[in-house]
Design a protein around this ligand. Structure first.
Ligand SMILES: [Zn+2]
Ligand SMILES: [Zn+2]
Length: 175
């Protein structure tokens, strides 16, 4: 899951982008339910999720006369599709970093209409079983003491994602 780095009194922190729309000009940033296009202020900067072929993509939409910058550049079309580690600065001078890095976590497998087979052992994963969804490619793996399929190797079977659990983000804005 993508996230947004922002600063508070404790320094940089990452907020998960688990909603579909955020208003970066509001502090703290709002989970906006409806795009407030009509009321878009001069400084508005909306972060909107779009699904591109099943993979979430994030776009930044700013009013044309806003002072919003991405990587120190203005947004001439008022629209910018964000990439990993892009720096966003709002008209009010608030700095954010966008990151597509997500952390692998063990969750109860939610189940699916069709059987889902583990990326390591190829056995089906039962609903409710402890499992990890690879943050890089979305393949599911068992992850329990009996079936440590996700952590069995150093990397995912299908992509370069490391399988270490709970070791924090590999990139932060201080890097
Ligand atoms: Zn397995
Ligand atoms: Zn993977």
């Amino acid at each position: 899951m993508a996230h947004l780095w922002m600063q508070d009194v404790n320094g940089w922190g990452a907020q998960k982008l688990d909603a579909a729309l955020y208003d970066l000009a509001a502090t703290p940033i709002l989970h906006a339910e409806v795009a407030p296009m009509g009321s878009a202020s001069r400084n508005s900067a909306l972060l909107i999720r779009a699904d591109a072929g099943g993979l979430p993509a994030w776009a930044l939409i700013a009013s044309p006369d806003s002072a919003v910058r991405v990587n120190s550049r203005a947004l001439p079309a008022g629209l910018y599709v964000l990439a990993d580690r892009d720096e966003i600065r709002t008209g009010d001078g608030i700095q954010y970093f966008f990151s597509t890095e997500s952390l692998a976590t063990v969750v109860a497998f939610p189940g699916a209409e069709r059987p889902v087979y583990c990326g390591r052992c190829r056995e089906p994963i039962e609903a409710g079983a402890p499992a990890v969804c690879c943050p890089g490619c979305g393949i599911w793996y068992h992850q329990s003491e009996e079936l440590p399929c996700w952590t069995y190797a150093e990397k995912c079977n299908f992509c370069p994602s490391p399988t270490a659990l709970n070791n924090g983000f590999s990139w932060t804005p201080e890097d």
